[in-house]
Design a protein around this ligand. Structure first.
Ligand SMILES: [Zn+2]
Length: 380
């Protein structure tokens, strides 16, 4: 075993400084101007000339559970058969339907799934109606939640990003994430031992000035409703995150599943600190593959360290997009395309997770948090 000289240690520590502290500045354009017409960022799609091994992964290596599923409404056998057939081809064993149904819409879907041959392949979360909250609302919401769980739902969510970003109280003010009126709702979930799956905010760049240094310029240019720069309408990103963290800290017995790696996939150490301080916090990887796949070494180490806290999820139900996730998690492939150019103009890399970690990510952690999922099809 070689012992490092103290000066080496100092060099390593300096290198590991968080990016934010280093004040990275974008490179200026080269001094000399092109003498050909300059393409727009939509037009410039250079083909890669890199030749390296490639391993496409059409089916997940282990049966997977999609914790953040938005399949079409599962109210007829025809829809269930169609969705089920694509799940079979992907080795997607179970979808947790987080489409936010409650009451009759929920029970109709539960009945249709139970009557189908895919009855072991879907479970339903319910949702809570957070509009026009005022005195006494919390107890009513908690009662509906309890009724939906009795009717067969096995969790709460997805609680959408409108909560925190826009939903108003009965008195016209913004409903904050940590509003005490809702304490009884989160405590009811804790008592029933069901997870609360919550999506808070959106990528931090959606809150930053929309200039040519904004990493998500193209997406915001295409989708005006993803621009949250107007502080008279939307809270600042960090204020929202602070509200979220107060909510979690206030209800340590509630099992929280934070959507989209909490929008901290671009700063995994930050999410790691949250995991360290909140033992009941979990998170899922849906719709942030572009961040996981651009930092294969950091992401690999993060997924190893927090292997008991991370769950596979996809969000939008597009069967042909799931294999990108399998490829990032299972292979060490280099410099391959992502499926959505406005999320990321960069390429992805595989993070090559070992089998025991893949099993936890794909199904083990979900089975632990949602014991109602039929387990027959999963390996030990
Ligand atoms: Zn969702």
């Amino acid at each position: 075993m070689r012992v490092r000289a103290p000066s080496m240690l100092i060099a390593v520590v300096t290198f590991a400084m968080p990016l934010a502290a280093q004040q990275i500045r974008p490179r200026p354009a080269e001094g000399r101007e092109p003498d050909l017409p300059v393409p727009s960022i939509r037009e410039y799609k250079p083909r890669s000339t890199l030749v390296v091994p490639a391993h496409l992964v059409p089916r997940a290596k282990f049966p997977a559970i999609d914790l953040h599923g938005h399949p079409p409404t599962l109210n007829s056998n025809e829809v269930i058969e169609r969705v089920g057939a694509s799940m079979d081809s992907l080795n997607l064993q179970v979808i947790i339907n987080t489409l936010s149904s409650s009451g009759d819409r929920l029970t109709q879907q539960i009945a249709a799934v139970r009557a189908s041959r895919y009855k072991d392949r879907f479970v339903m979360f319910t949702n809570v109606n957070l509009r026009d909250v005022g005195p006494g609302s919390g107890a009513k919401i908690a009662a509906q939640l309890e009724a939906d769980i009795k009717a067969g739902a096995v969790g709460v969510g997805e609680i959408g990003k409108g909560f925190g970003l826009g939903i108003k109280k009965a008195d016209g003010t913004r409903l904050t994430l940590d509003d005490p009126e809702l304490d009884i709702v989160w405590e009811t979930a804790a008592r029933l031992k069901i997870p609360v799956f919550i999506h808070v905010g959106d990528p931090s760049e959606f809150f930053q000035p929309l200039d040519y240094h904004n990493e998500r310029w193209l997406e915001q240019a295409i989708y005006p409703e993803r621009r949250y720069q107007d502080r008279s309408r939307f809270p600042a990103f960090e204020d929202l995150m602070a509200e979220r963290n107060r909510l979690f800290a206030r209800h340590p017995n509630t099992i929280w599943i934070l959507a989209h790696l909490g929008w901290h996939a671009n700063d995994l150490a930050r999410l790691g600190r949250m995991f360290d301080s909140l033992p009941n916090l979990y998170s899922e990887v849906g719709a942030v593959l572009y961040d996981i796949g651009r930092q294969p070494r950091t992401a690999h180490d993060f997924f190893i360290k927090y292997q008991d806290r991370l769950l596979f999820a996809k969000d939008a139900f597009q069967p042909d997009e799931y294999p990108y996730y399998w490829r990032v998690f299972e292979t060490n492939d280099e410099y391959f395309d992502y499926y959505r150019d406005y999320h990321a103009f960069w390429k992805l890399y595989g993070i090559g997770l070992p089998d025991p970690v893949l099993k936890k990510l794909y199904f083990g952690n979900a089975l632990k948090l949602v014991p109602a999922i039929p387990r027959g099809a999963f390996p030990k």
